[in-house]
Design a protein around this ligand. Structure first.
Ligand code: GAR
Length: 196
């Protein structure tokens, strides 16, 4: 069974969707949930589900991203994962770290990439007057939010939407999309899954 490590920074709702789906589907095993923020709410939730947790606080490392990543990689490698899922992990990774896990690392992003890489995706979609929004799972490569697409789900933008209402609608689809993509990826299938 494939071993999966999940990297989070916050609430971890995507992480929970992934862990629950792995527990239910038995196609992969969640071996670690690690956060760059020791206070991340998701850590406790992962521990409640019996998953090993770790935290590597990025703050003491200051601008030294490599040193932070060395400490992070040590935790990850101790769990010996086959697949790494970034799930609301909000640190930019260096090319060195990405190379180390090349071909094994997925990310979920709350926009229809290639639209709106980076932050504030929902505000940007609303400001642009887009009629639809969504989320994307992609392989992580050195260029931010630009690796090969392996899954996408779309939602309508509705009249009166705010950043919060749109984010909530997209997040529901994230929870549906990411586990389905992981199931396929765990069997070696990287063809894009396009959900309506
Ligand atoms: C999700 O919407 C995820 O797509 C986004 O952060 C949220 C995390 O929520 N990720 C990014 O913006 C990555 N650049 P969660 O902690 O509840 O899964």
């Amino acid at each position: 069974m494939k071993r999966v490590a999940i990297l989070i920074s916050g609430g971890g709702s995507n992480m929970l969707a992934l862990v629950r789906d792995m527990v239910e589907g038995r196609y992969a095993r969640p071996v670690l949930v690690v956060s760059n923020d020791p206070q991340a709410k998701g850590l406790e939730k992962a521990a409640d589900l019996g998953v090993t947790i770790a935290a590597v606080d990025h703050r003491p490392f200051g601008k030294n991203r490599e040193a932070f990543e060395t400490a992070l990689a040590k935790e990850i490698d101790a769990a010996n994962p086959d697949i790494l899922c970034l799930a609301g992990f909000m640190r930019i990774l260096t090319p060195g770290f990405i190379r180390r896990y090349q071909g094994k690392m997925l990310n979920i992003h709350p926009s229809l990439l290639p639209k709106y890489p980076g932050l504030h995706t929902h505000a940007r979609a609303l400001a642009a007057g887009d009629s639809e929004a969504g989320c994307t799972v992609h392989e992580v490569t050195a260029e931010l939010d630009a690796g090969p697409l392996i899954g996408q789900a779309r939602v309508p933008v509705l009249p009166g939407d705010t950043e919060d209402t749109l984010a909530a609608r997209v997040l529901t689809q994230e929870h549906r999309l990411y586990p389905q993509v992981l199931r396929r990826f765990a069997t070696g299938d990287r063809t894009p899954l396009l959900l309506p």
